[in-house]
Design a protein around this ligand. Structure first.
Ligand SMILES: NC(=O)c1ccc[n+]([C@@H]2O[C@H](COP(=O)([O-])OP(=O)(O)OC[C@H]3O[C@@H](n4cnc5c(N)ncnc54)[C@H](OP(=O)(O)O)[C@@H]3O)[C@@H](O)[C@H]2O)c1
Length: 314
């Protein structure tokens, strides 16, 4: 079976390709940058820009049995880019697949950001995204869900794992022994990229068309996350960083004034997400369909930290 994975050059896409390849699928990765990842030597590549209708028009989607639409933009300071890639790019792709009468499964990688903060317990109920990224992912979702395609939507929360650079700064802060002493009740769900990829393989096999799924490996507070990482790295957790709300307001002001010039990987929208009390997945629908996670949280986290060390990040 020939599977096309969009966004294969990125963090999650590379895991999806690796897992599908290991399960015997013929995998083709599609993105604008192609073929540079050492880990993905065994897969073929096609150049594709999902925002370019001409590029989509000349792409041979007929040659594929399934499409994993994972390409997306997770951070930019130019809001319109979220909508161009996550919404319009998805619309163009869906339109092209409909035009050729594509009948295979189309799995769309959405995000918990679609729900907005709080406890996400029901996949199909009202959503309230609070940042442009979440809105653009929801608009992309709607393109898929209102199409004639045989679709499945997967909404992961924060994803961690090898080849992710976004969380490296967080691991670095924790590895120095600091623990944030700030609203300890704040909870977040996380999921390992390898497990999201396993879930994609599961959905490809089971094909629960027309369904939306959430997924998570663990739900914990930032403090527990820090303590766990410090235990795994054998770092004594002695330094608590007492944060008060006015510190947070100060950081917000600095970020909005200087973030662009200092090229910080956060902006006012990311801070809004970080500030929210909970980003929690409270649904086991995917497990009820028969999905079983392959890597337990501790093992997944220790694999990730080992990778960070091997790359000299920690
Ligand atoms: N990371 C998370 O915590 C997280 C959580 C929930 C959901 N997600 C979703 O998971 C997916 C992958 O995220 P990620 O963290 O792996 O991001 P990433 O590392 O930045 O990868 C994004 C991928 O999308 C591709 N892409 C971007 N614009 C494109 C375009 N115009 N045409 C074709 N490909 C394009 C990029 O390839 P090129 O730049 O080479 O084109 C890259 O391969 C996204 O849809 C994201 O919304 C991520």
């Amino acid at each position: 079976m020939r599977v096309l994975v969009t966004g294969a050059s990125g963090f999650l896409g590379s895991h999806i390709c690796e897992v599908l390849k290991s399960k015997g699928y013929e995998v083709v990765g599609a993105s604008r940058r192609i073929g540079y990842l050492e880990e993905l030597k065994g897969i073929s590549w096609e150049k594709l820009d999902i925002t370019d209708e001409l590029s989509l028009f000349s792409f041979s989607f007929e040659e594929y049995d399934a499409v994993i639409h994972n390409a997306g933009l997770t951070f930019t300071r130019r809001e319109e880019k979220y909508f161009r890639i996550n919404h319009l790019g998805t619309r163009f792709l869906v339109k092209r697949l409909e035009e050729i009468g594509f009948e295979g499964p189309v799995i769309y990688i959405s995000s918990l950001a679609v729900h907005g903060p709080g406890e996400a317990s029901e996949e199909d109920l009202v959503v309230s995204p609070i940042v442009p990224y979440g809105v653009s992912k929801y608009m992309g979702e709607l393109e898929v869900r209102s199409s004639k395609l045989n679709w499945v939507v997967l909404r992961p929360p924060v994803i961690f794992g090898e080849r992710d650079k976004a969380l490296v700064t967080v691991y670095k802060i924790f590895s120095s022994g600091w623990v944030l002493d700030w609203r300890p009740q704040k909870m977040l769900s996380v999921v390992y990229a390898g497990n999201v990829a396993e879930a994609v393989a599961f959905l490809l096999e089971v094909r629960p068309y027309g369904e939306v799924f959430l997924i998570q490996d663990a739900t914990l507070s930032w403090q527990d996350f820090a303590l766990k990482i410090q235990r795994m790295l054998n770092v004594p957790s002695r330094r608590y960083l007492p944060l008060r709300n006015w510190h947070v307001s100060l950081v917000k002001s600095v970020v909005s004034l200087l973030g662009r010039f200092l090229r910080l990987p956060v902006d006012k929208h990311k801070l809004k997400e970080i500030e929210a009390d909970a980003w929690v997945v409270a649904s086991d629908k995917i497990e009820r369909y028969g999905y079983k996670r392959r890597f337990e949280f501790d093992e997944a986290l220790s694999r990730t930290l080992r990778w960070c060390k091997s790359k000299g990040y920690l």
